[in-house]
Design a protein around this ligand. Structure first.
Ligand SMILES: C[S@@+](CC[C@H](N)C(=O)[O-])C[C@H]1O[C@@H](n2cnc3c(N)ncnc32)[C@H](O)[C@@H]1O
Length: 260
């Protein structure tokens, strides 16, 4: 179903996603037509699969973006407030900003600082600087698990990375009547739709099984890199030690052979 939605243009991709009924809301179509993926995804922008964007992360597949926007469409109306956690390239946050309009606000939060800068450049390259200038689209560096309380509460929250459990702060920052879409789980993950009723009760249902990168500490990846460096220097040290030992062994052999 989904992989066959690939196309050679943004228009073709959006049309294939709609024909495959990945989304049905016409405002999702308008938003996806208005935000050209080529400005956010330099390689294979119209291929319906996740693409690497550096820093060990991916832009999500178009069918996932379409599915999430469709699930949130009734909560992304003109004037709504939206939060995109793990905003990466800024693509989905820009779509949300189009849907909520100038009277609303879309906030993206991403913990890789370089990606935050890159997302701002992508949005400008897509001709959407006016959204940033008007502050109806804001990109923030931070730990998305805590949400962004200062701009909340939100009518719609999207999380683009998998959490082991639903972060309480995101539930707290959801307006009564609001909706959160979040992948939850470790190896086996479900895309959950979490609704807060007007009296504050929480109801959740699974939309589909998914595979997302983890919603994690930024430190994790830094630690992995620094551990790798430590491992490499230990191996180098061991090789050096081995060389010295071999050299000493060789020298001793030469000395002892010269005495026999
Ligand atoms: C699969 S990518 C999706 C990115 C974005 N939705 C897109 O399609 O361009 C997940 C993103 O979540 C970010 N992320 C992971 N853990 C995070 C956290 N604790 N706070 C903020 N961002 C986080 C990653 O750096 C990555 O950019």
């Amino acid at each position: 179903m989904a992989w066959s939605c690939s196309s050679s243009s943004n228009k073709g991709l959006v049309s294939n996603l709609e024909n495959a009924r990945i989304f049905q809301n016409s405002r999702v179509r308008e938003a996806m037509l208005g935000v050209d993926r080529k400005h956010y995804c330099p390689r294979n922008p119209y291929q319906d699969s996740p693409q690497l964007i550096g820093y060990n992360v991916t832009i999500s597949a178009p069918h996932m973006h379409a599915m999430c926007l469709d699930a949130l469409a009734d909560h992304l109306k003109p004037g709504s407030k939206a939060l995109d956690v793990g905003s990466g390239t800024g693509y989905l946050t820009a779509c949300m900003a189009i849907m909520v309009g100038f009277s609303g606000k879309a906030v993206g939060v991403e913990h890789v600082p370089q990606l935050v800068q890159q997302s701002i450049s992508n949005i400008k390259a897509d001709g959407k600087e006016y959204l940033l200038d008007s502050k109806s689209l804001i990109m923030i560096e931070g730990d998305g698990r805590k949400g962004i309380a200062e701009h909340g509460p939100y009518d719609a929250i999207h999380v683009g990375a998998a959490a082991p459990t639903i972060p309480q702060s995101l539930i707290d920052q959801l307006k009564p009547g609001g909706r959160l879409i979040i992948p939850v789980g470790n190896i086996m993950q479900e895309l959950l739709q979490v609704d807060k009723s007007l009296d504050g009760n929480i109801k959740q249902k699974s939309i589909t099984s998914v595979r997302y990168v983890p919603l994690s500490e930024l430190l994790d990846s830094c630690c992995a890199v620094s551990n790798l460096y430590k491992l490499i220097s230990r191996i180098k040290w061991a090789i050096e030690q081995d060389k010295i030992r071999n050299h000493m062994f060789h020298t001793c052999s030469v000395i002892s052979s010269s005495y026999t």
